[in-house]
Design a binder for this molecule. Structure first.
Ligand SMILES: Cc1cc2nc3c(=O)[nH]c(=O)nc-3n(C[C@H](O)[C@H](O)[C@H](O)COP(=O)(O)OP(=O)(O)OC[C@H]3O[C@@H](n4cnc5c(N)ncnc54)[C@H](O)[C@@H]3O)c2cc1C
Ligand SMILES: NC(=O)c1ccc[n+]([C@@H]2O[C@H](COP(=O)([O-])OP(=O)(O)OC[C@H]3O[C@@H](n4cnc5c(N)ncnc54)[C@H](OP(=O)(O)O)[C@@H]3O)[C@@H](O)[C@H]2O)c1
Length: 600
C-alpha cells in the first residue's frame, strides 16, 4: 500500500509555524477611483498640443488642462507657415489623426491652408479651444522639489493693449512641452539684412495678412524675387513663385534630391485613372473628391494603402543597401532628365550623399522652375544683403524687390527660454553639446515633464502623426498612473537615459542619416550626433511607445505613508462609496473586449 508513513509515537510533533505578527496600516479614507484633481500644462498648440487637448479630457478624470500657445492662432507649423507653395510632403490623406477621416483634400500633397483648416475643424469638433490660450508664451519653467510641481511663467499682452506685456505664473503637476522641433525659425547668418530697401521675409514668418499667398504673389508680376535655400521650404517656394514673377533668382549653396512621384501606379489604380500621374496631375478631380466623400470604403482603402506604402520607405534608409543605391539611380536619372535644358544645374544640385540623408521633398514643379527662362540659379555663396539686393562672393550684385529666406530653423535644441529641473539643473546646460532623452519623451532630473516630438523622436521616412498619437498617449498613461497610484513625482532613471543614448549611438551608423550632409537631423551640421530622428522606423517607434516600461522610472508618493499600496483606499469604488452611478459599468460597450470566435 502506498501512502504516507505515519510518525512513530515517540517523535515529538513538529512545531506549528508561528504566524507573522500582523502589521496593520491605516487605510486611506478614499475610494480607489476617487481621482484627485490633476493640473496639466501643455506648451504649444500644433498637432501635438491639439491632440493633448483631446486625449487628456477624454482619459484623465478631474483634469485641469491649459494649453499655452504663443502665436495668435493654433495649428503650429500650419498656422505659422503661409509662404508661397506651402504644402504637405506626404499624401495628405495620411497626414491626419487616426480617428479623423478628412476626405476632401484637393490634392495628393494638399496645400498648407487645407491642413490648417482641418486642424480648425478638429479643434471645433472636440471643443479644444476651451483649453487653449493664444498669445500666451512660456518664458520660463521651474520644477519645485518641495511640492513636485512645475512653475511655468507665461507672457501675454496686457488686456486691451497689444504692445505691452505682462507675466504671470501657473503651476502644474504635469508639464508637457509640445513646442515643436521646427518652430524656432531663424534668419540666415548673412550680414546687411537691415540695409535691404525691398521686402524681406523668412518663409515661416511670411504673412499674407488674412488673404492667401496667391493673392499677395498676384501683385508680383513685375517683381524680381530672390529665394535663399534649397531645403523643403525653398523647393516649394521656388515652384510656386516662378510663374508669378518677372524674374526669380534662387541661391543654392547645398545639394538636394528631388523625389520621383510617389506610388504613381497605385495612385492611378485606386482612383481608376488610366495613366500614372505626372507632377502636375496630383490634383484630385471634383469626381474623385466626391467619391472619397460618398464612399467611405473607397476612402479607407486609399488612405490605408497609401499609409502602408509611406510606411514602407524605411528599408531605403539602410546605408549601403541595394535599395538605397537603386533609389539614388532612379532619382538621379529623373533629375538629369528634368534638368536637361540646364545640365550645369544638375551637376551642382544632384547630391553626393544618399537619398534621405536629409529630409526628402517631392517638390512638384521645382526642377521645371529651375529650368524656366525667368529663373537664375546662383551657387556662389552670398556675401551680404545690399540696399538693392544680394551680393555674392563672385562679386556679382543682383537687384531684387523681394527676398524670401527659406533658410530653416534653429535646430540646436538650445531653447530660447530656461527650463530648470531638479537640483537647479538647466535643460539647456544638460543638452550641451547635444540633447539626450529617454525615448524622446523625458529627461532625468526633470520629473513630471514630458515632451512630444522632442529630440530623437521625428522620422526621416514614414508617417509622423501616429508617433504624435503614441507620444501623447504615453504621457496620458503616465499621468493616469500618477493619479491612480497617488504619485507626486515620476522621473526617468539616469541609466535608462544612458541606455537609450547607447541605442542611438549604435543604431544610426548603419543608416543613410549618418552620411555627410547638412540637416536638422544633426543639429544643422553636416556630421555628428543624430538628434532629430527616432532611432528606427516610425512603426518601430509606435511599438516602443505603446507599453511604457514603468520600471525605468523613480517615483515619490503624494501621501506620507510607506505602504506602496495605500492607493487601494478603503476597499471600495466611488460608485459604491456614494451609492451612485453605474455599478456594472464594465459591461458598457466601450469596456467589453469581445474576442473573435475562432472559425472551424
Ligand atoms: C514648413 C513645414 C512643413 C512641414 N511639413 C510636414 C509634412 O508635410 N509632413 C510631416 O510629416 N511633417 C511636416 N513638418 C513637420 C511638422 O512640424 C510636424 O508634422 C507637426 O506639424 C508638428 O506638430 P507639433 O505640434 O509637434 O509642433 P508645431 O507644429 O511646431 O507646434 C508647436 C507650437 O508651439 C508653439 N510654441 C513654441 N514655443 C512656445 C512657447 N515658448 N510658448 C508657447 N507656445 C510655444 C509654436 O508657436 C507652435 O504653435 C513640417 C514642418 C515645417 C516647418
Ligand atoms: N511639407 C514640406 O514639404 C515641408 C516644407 C518645409 C519644411 N518642411 C520640414 O521642415 C524642415 C526644414 O525645412 P526648411 O527648408 O525650412 O529648412 P532647411 O531644410 O534647414 O533648409 C534651409 C536651407 O537654407 C539654406 N541656407 C541657410 N543659411 C544659408 C545661407 N546663409 N546662405 C545660403 N543658404 C542658406 C540651407 O543651405 P544648405 O542646403 O547648404 O544647408 C538650406 O538649403 C524640412 O526638412 C522638413 O522636415 C517640410
Amino acid at each position: 500500500m502506498g501512502g504516507r508513513e505515519s510518525r512513530p509515537a515517540s517523535e515529538p510533533a513538529p512545531a506549528e509555524p508561528i504566524p507573522p505578527t500582523p502589521v496593520k496600516i491605516k487605510l486611506g479614507d478614499f475610494a480607489i477611483d476617487e481621482y484627485r484633481p490633476i493640473k496639466v500644462i501643455v506648451i504649444g498648440a500644433g498637432f501635438s498640443g491639439i491632440l493633448a487637448g483631446i486625449r487628456f479630457p477624454q482619459k484623465i478624470p478631474n483634469v485641469d488642462l491649459t494649453i499655452y500657445e504663443k502665436s495668435a492662432g493654433f495649428g503650429g507649423t500650419w498656422y505659422n507657415n503661409r509662404y508661397p507653395g506651402v504644402a504637405c510632403d506626404i499624401p495628405a490623406h495620411c497626414y491626419q489623426f487616426s480617428f479623423e477621416d478628412k476626405r476632401d483634400w484637393s490634392s495628393f500633397y494638399a496645400p498648407g491652408h487645407e491642413i490648417q483648416q482641418h486642424l480648425q475643424d478638429v479643434v471645433d469638433k472636440y471643443k479644444v479651444m476651451r483649453y487653449i490660450k493664444l498669445r500666451h508664451e512660456m518664458v520660463h519653467a521651474r520644477y519645485d522639489e518641495a511640492t513636485c510641481k512645475w512653475h511655468v511663467r507665461i507672457r501675454r499682452p496686457k488686456a486691451g493693449c497689444e504692445t505691452e506685456f505682462e507675466e504671470f505664473e501657473d503651476v502644474a503637476d504635469v508639464f508637457l512641452t509640445a513646442f515643436g522641433a521646427l518652430s524656432r525659425w531663424k534668419w540666415p547668418d548673412i550680414p546687411g539684412r537691415e540695409d535691404f530697401k525691398g521686402e524681406v521675409y523668412h518663409t515661416a514668418q511670411f504673412d499674407p495678412e488674412g488673404g492667401s499667398w496667391e493673392q499677395v504673389a498676384g501683385g508680383w508680376k513685375d517683381k524680381k524675387v530672390g529665394v535663399i535655400g534649397s531645403g523643403s521650404s525653398a523647393i516649394q517656394t521656388v515652384a510656386a513663385v516662378h510663374p508669378k514673377v518677372s524674374k526669380l533668382v534662387t541661391y543654392v549653396r547645398g545639394q538636394t534630391w528631388i523625389a520621383v512621384p510617389f506610388a504613381g501606379e497605385t495612385f492611378s489604380e485606386l482612383l481608376g485613372r488610366n495613366t500614372v500621374p505626372q507632377d502636375g496631375e496630383l490634383v484630385f478631380t471634383p469626381e474623385e473628391i466626391e467619391r472619397f466623400k460618398t464612399d467611405p470604403e473607397h476612402f479607407k482603402r486609399f488612405r490605408r494603402t497609401m499609409e502602408s506604402l509611406v510606411n514602407s520607405m524605411h528599408s531605403y534608409t539602410v546605408r549601403g543597401s541595394q535599395l538605397s543605391a537603386d533609389l539614388q539611380d532612379e532619382f538621379r536619372k529623373k533629375m538629369k532628365t528634368q534638368l536637361a535644358q540646364k545640365p550645369w544645374i544638375a551637376e551642382r544640385l544632384i547630391p553626393t550623399f544618399p537619398v534621405s540623408c536629409r529630409r526628402l521633398t517631392p517638390g512638384p514643379g521645382y526642377l521645371e522652375a529651375l529650368c524656366a527662362d525667368n529663373t537664375d540659379f546662383v551657387t556662389s555663396p552670398i556675401k551680404r544683403f545690399t540696399a538693392s539686393g544680394i551680393e555674392t562672393e563672385d562679386g556679382q550684385q543682383q537687384d531684387l524687390d523681394i527676398i524670401l529666406c527659406a533658410t530653416g530653423y534653429d535646430v540646436s535644441w538650445q531653447l530660447p527660454f530656461d527650463i530648470i529641473g531638479r537640483n537647479g539643473v538647466a535643460l539647456n546646460e544638460k543638452w550641451k553639446p547635444y540633447p539626450t532623452s529617454y525615448l524622446g519623451m523625458c529627461v532625468d532630473e526633470f520629473p513630471n515633464m514630458f515632451t512630444v516630438l522632442g529630440p530623437n523622436s521625428l522620422i526621416g521616412a514614414g508617417v509622423l502623426i501616429p508617433i504624435i498619437e503614441a507620444a501623447v498617449d504615453y504621457v496620458v498613461q503616465a499621468t493616469a498612473k500618477m493619479q491612480r497610484e497617488r504619485l507626486k513625482s515620476i522621473e526617468v532613471k539616469v541609466d535608462a537615459v544612458r541606455d537609450f543614448d547607447q541605442y542611438i549611438e549604435s543604431y544610426f551608423p548603419q543608416t543613410v542619416f549618418s552620411d555627410k550632409c547638412r540637416s536638422w537631423y544633426k543639429l544643422g551640421k553636416d556630421e555628428g550626433r543624430i538628434v532629430g530622428l527616432w532611432p528606427g522606423s516610425n512603426l518601430h517607434a509606435l511599438r516602443a511607445l505603446q507599453h511604457p516600461r514603468w520600471e525605468d522610472y523613480d517615483y515619490s508618493r503624494a501621501d506620507d505613508v510607506s505602504n506602496r499600496l495605500y492607493w487601494l483606499g478603503d476597499g471600495q469604488t466611488h460608485n459604491e462609496r456614494t451609492s451612485t452611478g453605474d455599478r456594472a459599468w464594465y459591461l458598457g460597450e466601450e469596456f467589453v473586449d469581445r474576442p473573435p470566435v475562432p472559425e472551424e
